[in-house]
Design a protein around this ligand. Sequence first.
Ligand code: MN
Ligand code: MN
Length: 396
Amino acid sequence: MLAFERRDLLTSAAALAAAATATFAGSHSAHAGDPSFMNNVPDPLLAGKELPTFKFALEKSSGKAIGDSFGKEATVEQLPISKGIAGVSMRLEPGAMRELHWHATAAEWAFVLDGRVRTTVIDPRGYAETNDFDPGDIWYFPRGHGHMLECLGDKPCHFILIFDNGYFSEFGTFSITDWLGHTPKALLAKNFGLPESAFDGFPKDEVYFARGKAPPAQPAKPLQGWKPPPQTHKYRLLAQPPHRVFKGGREWRVDSTRFEISKTIAGVILDLEPGALRELHWHPTADEWHYLIDGNISVTMFGSHGRYRVETLEKGDVGYIPQGYGHSIENVAAKPCRVLIGFNTGVYETIDLSQWIAGNPTDVLATNFGQPAALFEKFPKRDAFIAAKEGPEKAG
Ligand code: MN
Ligand code: MN
């Protein structure tokens, strides 16, 4: 951890304590640990005169590589503003497996960019599910559920992982070889009812990426037989028609209303035509995390107190918008762009600026802006959502 970040954390802890004391003194309804209350505690990082950067060049970072497989991460270490969501770009070469592991502090949501992936995940009731994934498919593993990921076939696979905790590091997971390698053989022998010698050849340290033969087309039967869970961990996002289509682009969206198990993360694939704009809006209940799959975008962020910041993202870059902060996304290239967007909520919510304006009496708008009420008759009658290069469609 860098020195300034350590100081930030200390300042943050002190501010939290002070704010908590102050608020508890005057309120009986706030409880420690209540997320809606904690959200109102000022974040020192966001309290300055200028907004901090909200961009990180993920694919240009080095991360951790073994053979031709890699993991590159964006956590609060790389992108300090991203406290609510961390992300990883992972590539597995043929025959490589991200070994059996779990995350103590985050759920995992993934979008497959290239190649094919097989996963197995177990839950506390002993259900286990093995699924094969193609590009455009997603998975969700609840916090703490053990899982593995492996490359299928003879081509590498590449996917983006999203975690509902910006402090989560992909390199601090609980890996099975790390655990068994540091447990005395006598204890392992007792645990499994086997001779100690059965563990002689086991790895002594974390393997992280295990490498072997390409997996069989059909996975071998588990020791307990197949015992699939009532809720699947797989959703074929891009196999669906887009959920909203506009003149300037289209959007696929998935949250727990479509993909039941995904209770803490929602996702969007947003395509914008050249010059198109995902209009000014904010999310009342979630932070937003971007990964630019293709193209060039300009992202604006409004943070109150006159603070406004613009970042330009290119392919492989990550962006972040804190919960409630106003923002927009514009395609500034001459070709279409595609953005993967993650939210740390099970139910997606947005308030779009044109919708907000359309919901107010025109006399209110006239007074607020000091303009004739007739001017507002020209505004969109509902959310523009995506405005084409020429402007929003005036849908009634
Ligand atoms: Mn994982
Ligand atoms: Mn947004």
